[in-house]
Design a protein. Structure first.
Length: 86
């Protein structure tokens, strides 16, 4: 649905201790007890926090680590371990 056709409501802001809070109308309720929040310009993006069901799902949520240096093990001595079976 294009942004201009999405439902729009006015919500109240209030203070909760030192935090600003928002009353979310019932038709916009999110599942769970926690959300993630990020800022994009003057907009806030609020998403329900989900628990990954697998490691693959967890890794897919992670941002890539930028600019990792290439590491070479050339020139390092081999890792030799001796196992006594006596």
């Amino acid at each position: 649905m294009p942004v201009s056709q999405q439902p729009r409501r006015t919500a109240s802001l209030f203070r909760n201790g030192r935090n600003q809070a928002i009353r979310i109308p019932v038709e916009f309720e999110l599942p769970g007890n926690e959300v993630t929040i990020e800022q994009s310009g003057d907009a806030l993006i609020i998403r329900p926090k989900t628990i990954p069901k697998s490691f693959a799902e967890l890794f897919a949520q992670w941002e890539p680590i930028p600019d990792l240096p290439d590491v070479s093990d050339a020139g390092l001595p081999p890792d030799v371990r001796r196992i006594d079976l006596e």
